[in-house]
Design a protein around this ligand. Structure first.
Ligand code: SAH
Ligand code: SF4
Ligand code: F3S
Length: 453
């Protein structure tokens, strides 16, 4: 590896990340690998000799934006003092996995394409380019192992993402993820707990367990450990805050719900994607639950943890969605009272079953439904936040507000953004990564404001 290391020593690199936390986590591994070879991570594309795009194709907009950005890289001059004659551009993540070497046709100035199962190969591929190779590609269908032994440079020191499964077996009819992330694979409980323990000793305050559907954890493992066992074991490591994403409602068990009542570290917030509030649309989406079942889960969660903060994902304009179907979604959102809703207009993804479903709903009708839904989403978030007024909440401080450097920001246990002025005599650096109590005085739709106590 010595030859490789020396060729990487003088290089700067930048990783540009799109998409979900899985990609963000993969980017941390890419950064970790390149740093361990001696390259330096830089803030901007302009300063980078090597640019790695970690891409997402879950919706068309992301796809188009990325390809545009890679195309425009042609016009970005190389930094002064670069040891290279030409910047090296690599595309990884889900578009890399989906399109493979087809990308070189559209983007001839691209050098490397790697898939979601090929992170570990990236240094070798880049080395090939440094030695004169052109158009290097690797997109394995499945990875033999979990990429957990790769070096990692975490985005910040107080919070960590910890993947417990990769891939997805659900094949919701609109979704491309199972095609670009492969079948679901679980990491062993031992491996998960080891990583969690390392984080705790390194001073990490918050761990978020990751998987496309964490609730189906362990079905592929010997002894079939369950997700509730993971929660229990990770909470036992002494971590202060524990979260997880994402949960498929069809697999959320009573046992997991009960953990919200028994594990102090498990934060009172749950992201539970509903996708739709119409049974016939849910069926067409292949979601395998009904609105009634979903609402039953919400009721149980609130029994166990009153005040729990619920968030969800909703797709508007799935093929064949009628006004009546949409109103089901509208009422569901209104009834649950989410603190946050990620709303998406259905985007046709080639290769998924829904891409061939008939649809004649005009674009304007879908947009108008989307706008109506946004209103009820904002009302729900506003009401949820109003109820926090007067409470003292523990905030994990993450940094300063972008608009005002005298204001610290962070998240409450309910995962609501909280702003609080930095007290007289205190410095931000001492607060970052700490959990501080804040008395909430003001509540807006997307954040709370208060005073540190
Ligand atoms: N595994 C997670 C998240 C998958 S992608 C889950 O099951 O919840 C994140 C969100 O993107 C999905 O929840 C869905 O709401 C949205 N999404 C996925 N495919 C989409 C498509 N083709 N069009 C619009 N939204 C989509
Ligand atoms: Fe996509 Fe459904 Fe899997 Fe989530 S559970 S990643 S929406 S197929
Ligand atoms: Fe996007 Fe891939 Fe995640 S398609 S949402 S980055 S799994």
């Amino acid at each position: 590896m010595n030859g490789t290391t020396s060729s990487f020593m003088d290089l700067t690199f930048h990783v540009q990340t799109f998409g979900c936390q899985m990609n963000k986590h993969d980017s941390e591994r890419v950064t970790g690998m390149l740093e361990s070879l001696g390259s330096s991570c830089v803030e901007t594309i302009e300063d980078a000799d090597v640019v790695v795009f970690m891409t997402c194709c879950v919706r068309e907009a992301a796809d188009v934006r990325l390809l545009g950005q890679v195309a425009s890289m042609k016009n970005v001059p190389l930094r002064k003092g670069s040891p290279l004659e030409k910047r090296i551009i690599a595309v990884g993540g889900c578009i890399g996995q989906r399109d493979g070497d087809k990308l070189f046709g559209e983007l001839p100035h691209l050098d490397v394409v790697f898939g979601t199962n090929n992170l570990a190969s990236l240094p070798g591929m880049l080395k090939g380019v440094l030695e004169g190779d052109r158009h290097v590609v690797e997109t394995l269908e499945e990875s033999e192992s979990f990429p957990t032994d790769l070096p990692i440079t975490r985005e910040n020191s107080w919070a960590a993402w910890l993947p417990i499964t990769i891939g997805c077996n659900n094949f919701c009819t609109y979704c491309i993820v199972p095609y670009v992330r492969g079948r679901e694979k679980s990491r062993t409980l031992e491996d998960i707990v080891d990583e969690a323990k390392r984080y705790v000793s390194a001073g990490v305050k918050e761990i978020t367990l990751l998987g496309q559907n964490v609730n189906s954890y362990g079905r592929d493992l010997y002894g079939k450990p369950r997700f509730a066992d993971v929660l229990e074991a990770v909470a036992d490591t002494g971590i202060e805050r524990l979260r997880f994403a994402t949960s498929h409602p069809k697999d959320l068990t009573d046992e997991v719900i009960a953990k919200f009542g028994t594990l102090d570290a498990l934060m009172p917030a749950l992201h539970l994607p509903a996708q739709s509030g119409s049974d016939s649309i849910l069926k067409a989406m292949h979601r395998s639950y009904t609105v009634e079942h979903y609402l039953g889960l919400i009721e149980k969660l609130r029994d166990v943890k009153p005040g729990i903060s619920l968030s969800t994902d909703i797709i508007v304009g799935f093929p064949g969605e009628t006004e009546q179907d949409f109103m089901g979604t509208y009422r569901l959102v209104e009834e649950v009272g989410y603190s946050q809703v990620f709303t998406f207009i259905y985007s046709k993804r080639e290769g998924t079953p829904a891409a061939s479903y008939f649809d004649d709903t005009p674009r304007e009708v879908i947009q108008e439904r989307f706008d109506r839904l946004r209103e009820v989403v904002e009302r729900g978030a506003y009401d949820f936040n109003q109820a926090q007024k007067g409470h003292v909440v523990d905030v994990l401080i993450e940094g300063a507000s972008k608009k005002d450097s005298r204001i610290a920001t962070g998240h409450s246990p309910e995962n609501i953004n909280v702003h609080a002025p930095i007290p007289e005599g205190a410095v931000l650096e001492d607060l970052v990564g700490k959990i501080v109590p804040v008395k909430i005085e003001e509540a807006r739709t997307w954040y709370l404001r208060g005073t540190m106590v």
